[in-house]
Design a protein around this ligand. Structure first.
Ligand SMILES: *Cc1c(COP(=O)(O)O)cnc(C)c1O
Length: 256
């Protein structure tokens, strides 16, 4: 963030930090340092409906200079007239609920320390889940958690070995098959309805930036236990073996 702030300063351009998801972690005394440089932002987005535990639709933009909000303003003669204090001047939504009340309530009830405890617990649980994934022979952690989010994928050990040692065209083929398999695991898990992870594509440095399908987990629910996570890996392992792509992958990895 500090490097981006330097660039913005040199170029004299607006510095916006999209902290929609991670921003709430600023409440944590233990992890706040990860955000060094955010204090130099002109604007910051924080979604209260993520890690501040209020219902959806509680997004915020914080302005260093509140009058900057006037850069986007719209008026009409019959509603939101010039000089009106209505927030609808600056947003696509006009009439809206008093969403801020929910955030206010949560800050009042849980307090800064209460929220910080939830956030610290999530970050530490993500760390434990990462360790658990490292212990599995057939799962690969793709991104180490910095906050409470991590990504990983299913890779049978013989495939992992072939990926490391095989010839380039084989590696390419295995990589694509793994992408399809992990997509299929996620779809099957969603359909089974017992547990859910989302998925995304990354270009991990450790795999020469090849497009890689990964399973993506956010550890935000304070009631999620390590046992639930263990059971979920077990379920994903089972679903992987039921997938038609598992056979194809095995065949490729053993022949090559
Ligand atoms: C959630 C999120 C958004 C989108 O916000 P919603 O209002 O919840 O749709 C944008 N950027 C980041 C980084 C997010 O995590």
């Amino acid at each position: 963030l500090n490097r981006l702030a330097d660039i913005a300063e040199q170029a004299q351009c607006h510095f916006h930090v999209d902290a929609a998801w991670g921003g709430a972690s600023l409440l944590s005394e233990r992890y706040r340092d990860l955000f060094a440089g955010i204090e130099r932002a002109d604007t910051v987005t924080i979604d209260a409906h993520k890690q501040l535990y209020v219902p959806m639709g509680s997004g915020m933009v914080l302005f260093r200079q509140p009058t900057l909000a006037n850069a986007i303003a719209q008026h009409a003669n019959y509603i939101v007239r010039k000089g009106s204090k209505d927030l609808g001047r600056h947003t696509l939504e006009g009439s809206r609920n008093a969403m801020s009340l929910m955030l206010h309530s949560n800050l009042y009830l849980l307090g800064r320390q209460g929220l910080a405890r939830l956030i610290d617990a999530s970050i530490e649980k993500a760390r434990q889940f990462a360790d658990l994934i490292h212990q599995q022979a057939d799962f690969e952690l793709i991104s180490e958690p910095q906050l409470c989010l991590l990504t990983y994928r299913y890779v049978p050990p013989e495939v992992l070995q072939a990926l490391r040692e095989g010839a380039a065209p084989v590696r390419q083929q295995l990589h694509e098959l793994l992408n399809t398999l992990n997509q299929d695991i996620q779809a099957r898990q969603w359909a089974a309805g017992t547990s859910f992870v989302s998925r995304t594509h990354l270009k991990p440095v450790q795999w020469d930036r090849q497009p890689t399908t990964v399973l993506r987990v956010v550890l935000a629910n304070p009631l999620t236990t390590l046992e639930i996570l263990e059971n979920m890996l077990e379920e994903q392992r089972r679903l992987a073996r039921q997938s038609p792509f598992w056979q194809t992958l095995q065949a490729w990895a053993t022949v090559n």
